[in-house]
Write a protein that binds this ligand. Structure first.
Ligand code: ADP
Ligand code: MG
Length: 301
């Protein structure tokens, strides 16, 4: 069984819940706060490890309490954190999430995530490994690592989230691109929604330029397209509590199954089942399912 190497972001999500959001200049009291480990990279690594893959995380945190906690959370989740560097004098990435009456506003401060460089990665990719990146750390580092991993025969997965400007050549180093309908529209200029017909989504997928593109479509499931094929998979029914991190769960689960050597379509079905479990619990990292939960969901279908 190969390993999963996730390179990317680690954030502390600071979630403030109140009846309403304060107006500019206003102070309101009576809010509650929760701190939840987040960052797409870290979420994806935790999902892969919880599902049984040998997983390593590469990234940067600051020399503050959040950084120490995020490294500890990875360790507790079974992720090798020795590639998570502590950058002196920088703050750990924070997402400030203000939740007010079902509506939320998010302010991201990428902090130490912005200091991640490909040159600091000592660990060379190996054939059979699955390397996974996202867009919350500098694009130049992501491109360099994907290129290197691809050249050694590792499988490369890029989650193009959140969408940021990137050179189109980067997609040449990607075996499997994963993105949601909003990101696919942003990246290709295609006018699509999660309800667009399969052929419209597939056409946008092909426009992206990666070998295989998986468009995740929330409660609809996914459409994935290769050079001369298209496959749609429906989502599994779920009792939705919080969809935060569904995409991250999908990516981590996909990487985990591919590292175990299963076929792409089986891995995608497994990841769809895993993601449907993750939406039934609050938060991202804490909501990642166990292999038992995913097996139960698969057998229910
Ligand atoms: N309401 C839901 N019910 C069941 N599965 C869901 C639901 N929302 C998301 N999922 C699963 O999670 C995957 C990723 O969700 P999606 O919303 O597409 O990603 P993102 O979180 O990046 O927007 C979907 O392809 C689907 O399998
Ligand atoms: Mg979505």
């Amino acid at each position: 069984m190969g390993k999963v190497i996730v390179f990317g972001s680690l954030n502390m999500d600071v979630i403030v819940q109140s009846d309403r959001r304060p107006a500019a200049g206003e102070t309101i009291l009576g809010a509650t706060v929760s701190l939840l480990p987040g960052g797409k990279g870290s979420n994806q690594a935790i999902a892969a490890a919880r599902l049984g893959a040998k997983t390593e995380m590469l990234g940067v945190v600051g020399d503050d309490a959040f950084g120490g906690e995020l490294r500890a959370v990875l360790k507790r989740s079974g992720v090798n954190n020795s590639g998570v560097r502590i950058q002196r004098g920088m703050s750990t990435g924070v997402a400030l999430i203000q939740v007010a009456g079902g509506d939320n506003a998010i302010t991201g401060a990428s902090g130490a995530n912005g200091a991640f460089k490909a040159a600091e990665v000592r660990r060379a990719p190996r054939r059979g490994e699955v390397w996974v990146g996202q867009f919350e750390t500098p694009v130049a580092a992501t491109e360099a690592l994907l290129r290197k991993a691809r050249a050694t025969g590792a499988t490369t997965i890029l989650n193009l989230a959140p969408m940021v400007p990137h050179p189109p050549r980067l997609l040449k180093f990607v075996d499997i691109a994963v993105l949601n309908e909003i990101e696919l529209a942003q990246a290709t200029g295609a006018r699509i929604t999660a309800r667009s017909p399969e052929r419209t989504i597939a056409a946008a997928c092909r426009k992206l330029g990666a070998r295989i593109v998986i468009a995740t479509l929330g409660g609809r499931g996914l459409v994935m397209a290769g050079p001369d094929w298209v496959l749609s998979l429906p989502a599994f029914k779920a009792k939705v509590v919080d969809t935060t991190g569904a995409g991250d769960c999908f990516v981590g689960a996909l990487a985990a199954r591919l590292s175990a050597g299963v076929s792409l379509s089986d891995a995608a079905r497994y990841a769809t089942a895993a993601a449907s479990c993750s939406v039934e619990r609050l938060g991202a990292a804490p909501a990642m399912p166990t292999p038992r939960e995913v097996a139960a969901r698969l057998s229910r279908a």
